[in-house]
Each structure stands twice: as C-alpha cells, then as structure tokens.
Ligand binder design. Structure first.
Ligand SMILES: Cc1cc2nc3c(=O)[nH]c(=O)nc-3n(C[C@H](O)[C@H](O)[C@H](O)COP(=O)(O)OP(=O)(O)OC[C@H]3O[C@@H](n4cnc5c(N)ncnc54)[C@H](O)[C@@H]3O)c2cc1C
Length: 287
C-alpha cells in the first residue's frame, strides 16, 4: 500500500521545528529515520497531514563523552552507535545490542531517538536504557527537562513525552570500574524484533555480583526492570542456585501476555532461559 498524501517540511533549526509543531499541532508528525513511521504510513496506521523532517538538525546527531556521562544525540543513526569506539568502550551493553536492531539497511537510516520515542515493547534500545539507568533530554518551545528511562516508557508505544516535545538526547552514565554488561535475545531470525530479550548490567568484584539490573523486553507493554530476579544475585557468586532463585522470582516481575505467535507461558519460559544464559555471560561463567 501507499501512504496517504501529506505535506513535507524540513526545518533547519530547533526553533523553526517548534514553530512548525505549534502551527500544525496534532496534524503533524516528526520524521527522523522513517524506518517505523513510513511503514506505519504505508500501512495506513497513521495519516498525519504534515511530516516535519527533523533529519536536518545535525547538532542533535553525534556521541559525546563528558564528566562521566555519554550523550547520544537523538538523530544519531543506529549504524553510528554500532560502530562508535566510545560506545564500545563506555557502554558495552549498547555495543552488544546494536547488531540485533533490525538489519544493516534499517540501521543505516534509523535513529537512536526514533527508537526511544517510538517505544516498541520488543525493541532493544529502550531496554538497554533502562538497564543502564539512562536519562532522556526532552525539549518543548518553553522548556527542557530530563526524564529517567524508568519513568519514560509508560505503555504500549506510549512515553512520558507530551505534545509539542522533542527528544534531543539520551544520557548514560559511563561504565564504572568493576561493572559489566551482557545482552542476548531470542528472535525467529537475526534482525527481527525479539520474542524475548534481556539487557543486563551489574558489578562483579572478586567473583561476587552486586547492583545487578535486569531489563527484559518483549514481555509486556514496556521494557521491565526485574527487581526480584536481580535481588537473587545480590552479594552472591554466580551459581545454579542463584539462577534458579532468579528464575523463580521472575514470577513476581513479569506478566507477559499471549500474542499471535507465542503464549504467555512460552514467553515466561524463554525469559527464564535467558536469565541463566545472560547472567552466566555477565559473570564470565559461560558454559
Ligand atoms: C524491517 C524492520 C525491522 C526492524 N527491526 C527492529 C528491531 O529488531 N529492533 C528495533 O528496535 N527496531 C527495529 N526496527 C525499527 C527501527 O529501529 C527504527 O529505526 C526505529 O524504531 C525508529 O527510528 P526512526 O529514526 O526510523 O524513526 P521514525 O520512523 O522516523 O519515527 C518513529 C516515531 O518516533 C517519532 N520520533 C522520531 N524521532 C523523534 C524525536 N527525536 N523526538 C520525538 N519523536 C520522535 C516519530 O514522530 C514517529 O512517531 C525495524 C524496522 C524495520 C523497517
């Protein structure tokens, strides 16, 4: 199918973008890489009268490290995050996750900000942001504010952003000494959206795990930080007993629903399988 007719505008500055948002209101949608929005238009799931192409706001594309924080501009393409030496060094979780985001052709166009703003519950980057306790910088014409990832993802394709706001950047604490990350997902084919995935981050000192953060995706309307499962590893060495305790505790963290391909029970099973695999990877105990 083809998209319904729309007008197209490409502002050259953030100020001009806010003017256009004000002028067209709910009739307009922001266009970044177009890898989700254009598909939605073609399938007639969205029919905005105007597309505001923010791809020209190059000041919001790029990766910067400053004083313990790594900022990824919203317009940074997935491919640039995937290939960035700063990301590999400071945010190994994102470095591991990026090759799983769609296929190379989509990563060449899709943007970090588009993925976060779109908030697909099976997407990798929202879950990684949650595991790494990132913040998002959001601006409207009147003000700028920061929202923690744990408060940003509100529901199915729903975020804390209000009408008139634009996501400008994600801000991540850089990897601290002693901390490690691990990432895996189960998908029908590499590059497909995950059936279930897990982004994990935590401390490993003298073989003892602490401060573990487990962010599951594909298991509900938003990515989920599993606090009960993570607590099963606190102050412990990696062991089969700790994995079993975490797998049991997931009952209190996750409430997957049936979808057209998988039952809730199958998703819970896969989440438990991933818990063992990813924590073994995090602890350097892969068997
Ligand atoms: C075949 C295929 C497979 C895919 N597989 C995966 C996958 O496995 N994992 C995955 O995570 N993604 C996947 N994607 C989606 C891809 O990652 C997209 O790039 C991403 O979801 C959206 O980014 P975009 O820049 O293309 O945004 P767009 O499509 O341009 O926009 C998406 C939405 O976000 C809004 N938006 C965009 N930028 C901003 C901003 N800065 N501020 C506020 N709102 C904004 C837009 O208005 C729109 O509503 C896939 C896409 C395709 C076509």
């Amino acid at each position: 199918m083809k998209a319904p007719a729309f007008a197209y505008v490409k502002p050259a500055s953030l100020a001009e973008t806010f003017e256009l948002i004000e002028r067209y209101g709910e009739e307009a949608r922001l266009l970044a890489g177009g890898q989700s929005l254009v598909a939605a238009l073609n399938m007639r799931l969205a029919a905005p009268r105007v597309l505001i192409d923010i791809g020209g706001l190059r000041e919001f594309a790029g990766i910067n490290v400053m004083e313990g924080t790594l900022a990824i501009g919203a317009l940074t393409r997935h491919r640039d995050v995937e290939r960035s030496p700063e990301i590999a060094r400071h945010l190994p979780l994102l470095h591991q996750a990026l090759p799983h985001v769609a296929h190379a052709a989509v990563r060449n166009r899709g943007t970090f900000g588009g993925s976060i703003a779109f908030a697909d519950p099976a997407a990798e980057l929202p879950a990684c942001s949650l595991a790494l306790d990132a913040k998002f910088l959001i601006a409207s014409k009147e003000r700028a504010r920061r929202v923690a990832a744990r408060e940003f993802f509100k529901g199915l394709y729903e975020t804390a952003m209000e009408p008139g706001e634009i996501l400008l950047a994600g801000e991540f604490p850089v990897l601290e000494s002693g901390y490690r990350s691990a990432f895996q997902e189960l998908a029908r084919r590499h590059g497909d959206y995950a059936i279930v995935g897990l982004a994990a981050h935590g401390r490993l000192a003298n073989g003892v795990l602490s401060d573990v953060r487990l962010a599951y995706f594909g298991v509900g309307a938003t990515p989920v930080l599993a606090r009960n499962a993570a607590a099963a590893f606190e102050g412990k060495a990696f062991s089969d007993a700790a994995v079993s305790a975490a797998q049991a505790a997931l009952e209190h963290d996750l409430e997957p629903s049936d979808d057209i391909h998988h039952s809730a029970a199958a998703k819970m099973h896969l989440a438990r399988v991933l818990t063992g695999r990813v924590m073994a990877q995090l602890a350097g105990a892969e068997r």
